[in-house]
Design a protein around this ligand. Structure first.
Ligand SMILES: Cc1cc2nc3c(=O)[nH]c(=O)nc-3n(C[C@H](O)[C@H](O)[C@H](O)COP(=O)(O)O)c2cc1C
Ligand code: SF4
Length: 461
């Protein structure tokens, strides 16, 4: 039913019901086999056919990695929650990260708006596995329609007995609340999300402790992305081997929603097996807009290093494939730029976003992000100074290397460093009428390998 083309031989998974009339409604979901896995889990709970360990083992065996940015193995993350006897009576919470604010990312919105019950079913299964009695969906405030659809779906699930007390006679009690944030990019960072859910300003926390040990209200907390949790439902439906069989290799598995924007004929969300080659994805989108030449690609949202056309020519679009090219898959927000794109202007635009969204707790980030933006704006106005490119790299160096509470600062410098490094001639062209520097830089500014490595490792923690 999915309206977008998929690769030959691939059957859509997350997007199978997108666009279908009444896809949001429980009746339609059940008619398409929805909640079958949840019913199986609930039925097998008392008999011991289904246990937390069995579900966690299935998720581990599937190779599922988090779809929120870092690509952390989901089953492994779940094992970090301390066992009941070590929790001091504290409850465990599951938080679904539906903040979806990374520029260029719009896949979670479609799951929530088009097929919300796939997410709810995944969350119910995850809650049973993690001994969660209360799960939350933290949704970005601006996504009003999504929140409405989700709230209707939650009400339907309660009415059908899939949520609430003694679910389907299993003895499982699970509540689910949709919580609307106020709309800040940083609230997508898991510890800022936790602070925000607690009613405080969305400021990231120093890690460790990690949320699995001490998260919301100081209780063990698992934070997972919308697409990650929805995938759990499909793993239970079809088995881990089915999921694993779909990827490029055993570390990059499953179906994947790719958000493609920019200079392509048909921008949109495309579902494909994890690890589809960039050029094949581009072909699904109808190719480059107006037949223009490909110049550059941002493969994983504004936080990802820019790749050149040559770098993406044979690139598998999965966590390890993009990391090997020293960028990251992130939230799979792929921004395509054609030959007419002015890279310094694109980088300046991105730097404005980061300057606006810094939470301000750490000096390098609070001061560095507007400084980069100010210098870049000056540069593209033709008012740059001769040393500006080296200074931009030097400032970037001082903002990275783990000197801040969260990796937002590393994200902010990735487009600047990669832009200047790979398209230096374009930046220099803006400097052709550059003024003499106000001061000489103390030492030749270079991007240290440490910064480059950290960006390449993938910055979303
Ligand atoms: C600045 C920043 C913004 C983030 N925004 C999001 C977001 O909007 N959605 C999301 O799922 N993860 C986001 N993340 C990643 C989360 O911190 C976290 O790793 C993720 O929700 C874990 O889920 P996963 O393991 O299922 O990927 C962000 C991270 C950073 C540093
Ligand atoms: S790095 Fe930036 S966004 Fe992250 S905590 Fe520090 S100031 Fe806030």
């Amino acid at each position: 039913m999915s309206k977008t083309p998929v690769p030959k031989g691939f059957t859509p998974v997350h997007s199978a019901r997108f666009g279908k009339k009444g896809s949001q409604k429980l009746a339609g979901y059940e008619a398409d086999g929805g909640y079958a896995s949840w019913k199986k889990v609930a039925k097998g709970w008392k008999s011991g056919d289904f246990t937390p360990a069995k579900i966690i083992d299935m998720v581990k065996a599937s190779g599922l990695r988090g779809r929120g940015g870092a690509g952390f193995p989901t089953g492994l993350k779940w094992t970090f929650v301390p066992p009941k006897e070590k929790r001091g009576g504290k409850p465990v919470y599951l938080l679904c990260n539906a903040d979806e604010s990374e520029p260029g990312t719009f896949k979670d919105r479609l799951i929530m708006e088009e097929d919300p019950h796939q997410l709810l079913e995944g969350m119910l299964i995850a809650s049973a596995a993690l001994d969660v009695k209360h799960a939350y969906i933290y949704i970005r405030g601006e996504m009003v329609r999504c929140a409405e659809v989700l709230n209707e779906a939650v009400a339907e699930a309660y009415a059908a007995g899939y949520l609430g007390k003694d679910i389907l006679g299993s003895g499982l009690d699970i509540d689910l609340t949709v919580h609307r944030g106020a709309g800040a990019y940083i609230c997508g960072e898991e510890t800022a999300l936790i602070e925000s859910l607690e009613g405080k300003r969305g400021h990231p926390r120093i890690k460790p402790p990690f949320p699995a040990v001490s998260g919301v209200w100081d209780c063990p907390t698992v934070v997972n992305n919308v697409e990650t949790l929805a995938a759990v439902k499909f793993i239970l439906d079809n088995g881990p081997e089915w999921f694993k069989g779909m990827g490029r290799n055993e570390k990059n598995t499953g179906p994947k929603l790719y958000c493609v924007s920019g200079h392509v004929e048909k921008p949109g969300v495309y579902e494909a097996p994890m690890g589809i080659k960039f050029m094949d994805l581009l072909a699904l989108c109808g190719g480059m807009k107006g037949g223009k030449k490909l110049k550059a690609v941002i493969p994983g949202g504004a936080s990802a290093a820019i790749l050149t056309a040559a770098e993406v020519a044979d690139l598998p679009m999965d966590f390890d494939g993009v990391a090997a090219a020293k960028s990251m898959l992130g939230s799979a927000a792929i921004m395509v730029m054609d030959e007419t794109t002015d890279i310094p202007k694109a980088v300046t635009n991105i730097s404005k976003f980061f300057a606006h969204e810094s939470c301000g707790q750490c000096t390098p980030c609070r001061e560095g992000t507007p400084w980069l933006n100010k210098m870049l704006k000056r540069l593209i106005k033709g008012e740059g100074k001769r040393d500006d490119l080296d200074l931009l790299l030097q400032i970037s160096n001082q903002m990275g290397n783990g000197m801040t509470i969260c990796v937002f600062s590393d994200a902010a410098i990735a487009p600047v460093i990669s832009g200047i490094t790979k398209f230096r001639d374009e930046f220099e062209a803006y400097l052709s009428k550059a003024k003499a520097p106000d001061f000489a830089l103390a030492a030749p500014a270079e991007v240290t390998p440490k910064v480059a490595d950290r960006v390449a490792e993938g910055i979303h923690g």
